[in-house]
Write a protein that binds this ligand. Structure first.
Ligand code: NAI
Length: 286
């Protein structure tokens, strides 16, 4: 309660970012969102028109309030990094200050500080290709959008995260076990994200008393997951093989994020926390 959260990677009400925002709002946090520039227009229009009102409903009967939505492209750190074709792209030209550094500056100007930073975004242009068929460009793009984006976000927001604050990202078991179909270097990107979680926990902990954890989530039918193409199979597989044979709800991940951001988790940092109905613990499907 009384905390402020910035959640990067919300562009509709289907993904983990939205569910995390809701759980944090239900716990009394003020919600700021970072929305991918090309998706911003439709997201804000839908919000304004009440399209998400049903899914804004919190347990106490009130609707989640979003204090501000920021345009963000986490692939670019500062304006100097933005190539000409993006600058002049009409989906980008309508927004401004959307590089990571600028967003952090704007949040500081608008609100002064935050307590909770959430990274709920990933992108791998060649995700449907096996690793052996992935190009260098596709692999590096996956790492840039899905791993370095977190290093950059934390780096630029850390000075405005209050001591005792918490940072969370989302990862996937494909980082450590073979999940055929999660290609394009996305498995590599998640491995980097998990390793970075440990190193960043050390650096942010020592420097700013900020905790850094990642949630390894089970399969959810989000927009991003549908683009990979195997999400229904993964949900069925989990239902059939996980210790808990139920569909995973985004809310369960949201609630874990709220716990990790709270003082209840004050000694947890550098951790990969599984929220997957226990599937990670299985050796073989049975
Ligand atoms: P989602 O589609 O709700 O979220 C992904 C978001 O990333 C989208 O809002 C998209 O606009 C945004 N995004 C993409 N590139 C961006 C960029 N350059 N800058 C800013 N935003 C950008 O999908 P989902 O699945 O909820 O993804 C959230 C996180 O959860 C991701 O890290 C994903 O890898 C992770 N995850 C998802 C699982 C699933 O089954 N859905 C399982 C385990 C982890």
């Amino acid at each position: 309660t009384g905390k402020r959260a910035f959640i990067a990677g919300v562009a509709d009400d289907n993904g983990y970012g939205w569910a995390i925002a809701k759980s944090l709002a239900a716990a009394g946090a003020e919600i700021l969102l970072g929305t991918w520039v090309p998706a911003l227009n439709i997201f804000e229009t839908s919000l304004r028109r009440g399209k998400f009102d049903e899914s804004r409903l919190l347990p106490d009967g009130s609707l989640m309030e979003i204090a501000k939505v920021y345009a963000l492209d986490a692939v670019f750190d500062s304006p100097e990094d933005v190539p000409e074709d993006i600058k002049t792209n009409k989906r980008y030209a309508g927004s401004s200050n959307w590089t990571v550094k600028e967003v952090a500056e704007c949040v500081k100007e608008d609100f002064g500080s935050i307590d909770i930073l959430v990274h709920s975004l990933a992108n791998g242009p060649e995700v449907t290709k096996p690793l052996l068929e992935t190009s260098r460009k596709g692999y590096l793009a996956a790492i840039s959008a899905s791993s370095y984006s977190y290093v950059s976000l934390l780096k630029h927001f850390l000075p405005i995260i209050n001591p005792g604050g918490s940072s969370i990202s989302l990862t996937y078991i494909a980082s450590e076990r073979i999940i055929p179909g999660y290609g394009g270097g996305m498995s590599s990107a998640k491995a980097a994200l998990e390793s970075d979680t440990r190193v960043l926990a050390f650096e942010a902990g020592r420097k700013h008393k900020v905790r850094v954890n990642t949630v390894s989530a089970g399969p959810l039918r989000s927009r991003a997951a549908k683009a990979i193409g195997f999400i229904d199979m993964m949900i069925d597989y989990s239902m059939a093989n996980a210790p808990l044979q139920k569909e995973l709800s985004a809310e369960e991940v949201g609630n874990t994020a709220a716990f990790l951001a709270s003082p209840l988790a004050s000694a947890i940092t550098g951790a990969v926390i599984y929220v997957d109905n226990g599937l990670n613990a299985m050796g073989v499907g049975i």
